[in-house]
Write a protein that binds this ligand. Sequence first.
Ligand SMILES: Nc1ncnc2c1ncn2[C@@H]1O[C@H](COP(=O)(O)OP(=O)(O)O)[C@@H](O)[C@H]1O
Ligand SMILES: [Mg+2]
Length: 359
Amino acid sequence: MKNGSKIRVAIVYGGRSGEHSVSCMTASSVMSSIDTERYEIVPIGIRQDGTWVNGTTDTDVLGTGSATVGPGEPVTISYGTGTFHVGEESLDVDVVFPLLHGPFGEDGTIQGLFEMAGLKYVGSGVFASAAVMDKHYTKIVLREAGLPVGPWVLVTANGWRTRRDELVQQIKALKFPLFVKPSRAGSSLGISRIESLDELDAAIAEAQKHDPKVIVEQGITGREVECAILGGTGTESPKASLPGEIVLDNPDSGFYDYESKYVDTDGLVLSIPAAMPDDDQEKLREMALRAFEAIDCEGMARVDFFYDDGELVINEINTIPGFTPYSMYPLMWQKSGMTYSELIDELIGLALERNAGLR
Ligand SMILES: Nc1ncnc2c1ncn2[C@@H]1O[C@H](COP(=O)(O)OP(=O)(O)O)[C@@H](O)[C@H]1O
Ligand SMILES: [Mg+2]
């Protein structure tokens, strides 16, 4: 495209969030599977300190599971033209594929930077990314759209200092167990499940380490079932995958935490389609599509539900879901008839279709 016949894709990975190494692993998988006849990769790493450097396409180095972005030539962007500069070299790219999770990656900040720069990018825009990164706002938008979300209480830092009693009264109205969470984090970091009010202070303090804004949710009974959405091209509607479920072999920890998600995956079995009646599968896919639209998502999103006795409650949405070939999002598509490289191709196609602008 810009320089030669291949489409140049900047793969941006690493990042400042706790999911740095996961992101490196994802970059390794995408680089290994992307159609190199069609695409040329420009690897860009964001170091844990937030500096941008030229990355590597050495998938062995990136794929170790504990990889971090090392030192390198600094990378800058010219705003307006969207040109990347790596040391002395200028690189025009056609599209950016951000493979970052959590804050400064999935939360609208980098999407805003790409908009400012005039760069096309894969996935949701500024608002949708920011809205779903914040569990409080996700619920507000979904509830307004008539979609089912569980009861919760918002605990802001100021509220906890100045209106603590009032908030505790509201929290008392929720049914235990409760889940205390940073409103904007990810990968279960800072989340506690509590059985009584005695544990509330410590749980809030823990969540506040990750975000001054905390939410306290009523525990929802049910299996956790997910659905992958892929934005439609042109005038096509977005598509919903078959639902998937993570079945824990050893549910000791009480919930699906960071360790079990990324480290000790032995105890996890992914079941696609999730064992549920066809009618409920349809209902879930329909709701996931409505959630995608309500939030204004683009490209991709994974919508996570609790499912109990035919009832569905939306837990959260991820605009950059886990994206290794072993992650739910790509696996749900695989079982729905789309391979990992086709998925990458489709996502890049969607991003190229759309101009950067008011998003
Ligand atoms: N309200 C809730 N009721 C029951 N389980 C919950 C609730 N909130 C969270 N959990 C459990 O904790 C896990 C992590 O919470 P989640 O909100 O999905 O955070 P993250 O953004 O880190 O994925 C969920 O997958 C689920 O197992
Ligand atoms: Mg989750």
